[in-house]
Design a binder for this molecule. Structure first.
Ligand code: HEC
Ligand code: HEC
Ligand code: HEC
Length: 249
């Protein structure tokens, strides 16, 4: 997802006051993040240039589709965890399907939308809504790996090659989600809303029965976590500072 944020503010004094307060808070958070960051802060790349290849591309049994978390560097059972619908970690894989379920049908009906699963008012957040798609990309994968990790065409073949490292992957378009600012930017597009087309739940959509969108980055990150912060992780990316994640979020 894009990283330069433009939030859609509705003009009004209370909103203005709230936004000033938020800016102050964000300023503090960014200050904390700059001071506390262990790794160099990289600007997230403009992923708008990559092609989205789809979850199936990540799912080989020698890649992220293992049944056991026995990968040497990362668990490699990430797909299974992303699909585990009995946990909050599985929510993203069902995000598109819920648009076909009774609750969405009811919301859509109240809004005069014929089909939520093809409406631009819903798919912006309930799937990876992009135009540059590879042959294995499927919209019904919901919020797939690349919704967060970035379009993979630039780094797919090199990120598991000998000599790969995080900085190089990032330079090829992988989103540095270990960086609190980059992560916040990705999550908030959907968990707060952005000015981008189809990524805003307005009062109309709320009034039509959409669940309240609340978000706390540190908590939600833990809820959907599919990696272990083991010795290997810390060596590659440094230790996660959850206060920093909380503050930026
Ligand atoms: C700004 C992004 C955004 C847009 C636009 C959006 N949603 Fe959502 N939707 C979310 C998020 C985030 C959640 C999860 C809320 C939570 O649990 O924290 C959600 C949850 C839901 C749920 C509950 C899912 C569950 O498993 O509990 C339904 C149903 C739903 N949305 C339908 C719709 C429909 C229909 C539309 C279009 C009219 C729509 N949404 C538009 C972000 C969005
Ligand atoms: C909702 C956003 C989101 C989705 C969807 C998502 N991830 Fe992640 N993923 C993260 C975050 C956040 C981290 C932890 C940040 C980090 O360490 O870079 C992470 C970490 C990982 C890691 C460990 C990285 C490391 O250096 O140890 C792997 C591997 C991974 N994800 C693969 C996947 C795969 C495969 C999918 C699709 C099945 C997927 N992710 C879907 C957000 C997401
Ligand atoms: C492309 C939009 C999108 C992005 C990006 C995204 N999410 Fe979500 N997320 C959703 C939607 C939609 C749901 C609700 C799906 C459902 O319940 O059916 C959801 C649900 C969740 C849930 C489960 C909430 C619950 O109430 O059970 C967690 C946790 C979560 N997201 C964390 C994150 C984190 C952390 C990030 C950033 C690393 C992130 N999400 C990025 C769209 C997104």
């Amino acid at each position: 997802m894009q990283t330069k944020k433009k939030f859609a503010w509705v003009p009004g004094w209370s909103v203005l006051a709230a936004s000033l307060f938020c800016s102050a808070l964000l300023g503090t958070a960014l200050f904390i993040s700059t001071v506390a960051s262990t790794a160099p802060v990289e600007a997230a790349p403009d992923v708008a240039s990559g092609t989205y290849l789809g979850v199936a591309t990540c799912g080989g049994s020698t890649c992220h589709g293992r049944q056991e978390a026995d990968g040497e560097i990362v668990r490699q059972d990430e797909i299974m965890r992303w699909q585990e619908e009995s946990t909050p970690g599985g929510a993203h894989s069902r995000a598109f399907r819920v648009l076909k379920e009774p609750r969405s049908i009811a919301i859509a009906k109240r809004l005069g939308i014929k089909d939520a699963a093809s409406s631009s008012q819903c798919i912006g957040c309930h799937t990876t809504a992009v135009t540059r798609k590879g042959p294995r990309f499927q919209i019904n994968d919901g919020v797939g790996c690349e919704s967060c990790h970035g379009a993979s065409s630039g780094w797919l073949s090199s990120h598991y090659a000998v000599g790969a490292n995080h900085a190089r992957n990032v330079s090829q378009g992988l989103i540095p989600l270990d960086n609190p600012k980059a992560r916040a930017s990705v999550c908030l597009d959907c968990h707060f809303g952005s000015a981008k087309k189809g990524q805003f739940v307005d009062h109309r959509i709320m009034a039509a029965g959409h669940p309240r969108i609340s978000f706390e980055m540190d908590l939600f990150s833990t809820l959907q976590q599919h990696h272990d912060e083991d010795v290997d992780y810390v060596r590659r990316k440094g230790r996660t500072n959850s206060v920093q994640f909380w503050a930026v979020g």
